[in-house]
Design a protein. Structure first.
Length: 427
């Protein structure tokens, strides 16, 4: 993990933050794009005066933020503060102003262990599976840098990509599988799904081969680039659903690890657990056929599901094995709880600018970067099951299923005489 050496106090926890001593120089500036995304994600949940501090940092392109002691103390206690070490940090600097330097760890260039799923040897062995889909992919550039992947859906140059990552529609270019580059024109923006439709002047391109059926839980999924490489290997983890902001699945138990499984208590009338017939003292051994070895396993299993999901639960009561089906409820977090959940989930990842509130996405665990989204995601047969749309957090990325994508682009598949600059920005 990358740290910063200063004469004073250092904290390095997923993000790096330093107390800077002495006069500030311009060399302390220049905020990275990834850190910019983190700052922007915090704005809506900060007190107004702190929000203005971070907005100023974004405007001046500076990773250094000056705070009063009182502002620092409030930021330290804010639910969107990702630096857990600040909770116990003492403010010992003289004077009334504290200068904080923020820095992201070098996530992009970290070494991959040979035993990790994303090791280069394994990804290289999977290249034959994405040979066709790779030719249906493009790299999308804006302001002379790669910002997203794209998916070719018509042979005459119509391309889908991630709308939010495009900085300047006047400078959009697409690089094809043969490394040729084409200027792209923005045709339409669909804010609901965060999709942009681009048009390049080209013929004879290879449109994606959509899968006839969706992926299933546990299926391996591949993200290709246009050049035949596999960018990431993931597993289909949560079925297609809407991602309501601040809403999480809820069973309604207090879990406790035991040698036999997870004992549950504090079951209240009307909760999903009570409606399923669970009682205080029951020991959950399986959750949808997955063994529950400790309380954290159960918590994660619930978190990875969506409100409304029906779950088969195997449990012990008085030494006898029983099963029941629970329909997970929706727990609305308070603003502070939701803010903390969002920020903590994003640590250890470079998140997309938009990472929630999608009407139809499935979840997988491929470790993508924002510029890897917008392109196809395939099954092991090379069929495109969807389009990656966002990196959510440490082990979560979202993709729009192919059935939804085909609905969005249906008019383009049936009409060959569409205007090139019919830009729609409504929901």
């Amino acid at each position: 993990m990358k740290t910063i050496t200063t004469p004073n106090f250092i904290i390095s926890l997923g993000l790096a933050l330093c107390f800077l001593g002495g006069p500030l120089e311009k060399s302390h500036g220049q905020i990275s794009r990834d850190l910019r995304n983190i700052f922007q994600a915090m704005l809506d949940d900060l007190d107004e005066d702190l929000r203005l501090k971070f907005e100023e940092a974004l405007e001046t392109d500076s990773s250094v933020i000056k705070m009063t002691r009182e502002q620092f103390r409030r930021f330290r206690q804010s639910p969107v503060n990702p630096f857990e070490g600040l909770k116990s940090a003492a403010v010992n600097q003289s004077g009334t102003v504290i200068a904080l330097k923020f820095e992201l760890p070098d996530i992009r260039n970290r070494s991959i262990h040979p035993l990790e799923r994303q090791n280069s040897g394994l990804l290289a062995s999977l290249r034959p599976a994405v040979k066709s889909a790779a030719k249906s992919s493009v790299v999308v550039y804006s302001n002379n840098r790669p910002v997203a992947m794209g998916t070719i859906f018509r042979n005459d140059g119509y391309i889908l990509t991630n709308a939010r990552e495009i900085d300047d529609q006047e400078t959009i270019r697409c690089k094809l599988f043969n490394s040729s580059e084409k200027r792209a024109r923005l045709v339409e923006v669909n804010k609901e799904h965060d999709l942009a439709i681009l048009k390049i002047d080209a013929d004879g391109l290879v449109p994606v081969n959509w899968a006839n059926q969706s992926a299933s839980i546990g299926n391996f999924l591949l993200t290709p680039d246009p050049f035949g490489n596999v960018l990431a290997l993931g597993t289909f983890s949560v079925p297609t659903r809407s991602t309501a902001v601040g809403q999480q699945a809820f069973l309604g138990v207090q879990p406790e690890t035991t040698t036999a499984g997870v004992r549950v208590s504090s079951i209240r009338p009307g909760t999903a657990s009570a409606l399923a017939g669970l009682q205080d003292g029951d020991i959950i051994t399986k959750f949808n056929q997955t063994a529950m070895i400790d309380a954290s396993t159960l918590v994660k299993a619930i978190k990875d599901r969506a409100p409304g999901d029906k779950i088969e639960i195997t449990f012990l009561r008085d030494g006898k094995t029983q099963t029941t089906t629970a329909t997970l409820a929706a727990q609305e977090y308070s603003g502070e709880q939701a803010a903390r959940f969002k920020m903590m989930n994003r640590l250890g990842a470079v998140p997309s600018q938009r990472y929630d509130n999608f009407p139809s996405v499935f979840q997988h665990d491929a470790p993508l970067f924002p510029e890897d989204c917008g392109g196809p995601i395939t099954n092991l047969d090379g069929e495109v099951v969807g389009i990656n749309i966002a990196r959510l957090g440490r082990a979560a990325s979202y993709a729009i299923p192919s059935s939804t994508i085909q609905s969005v682009i249906s008019k383009y598949e049936n009409d060959s005489k569409l205007p090139l600059l019919n830009i729609r920005t409504g929901q």
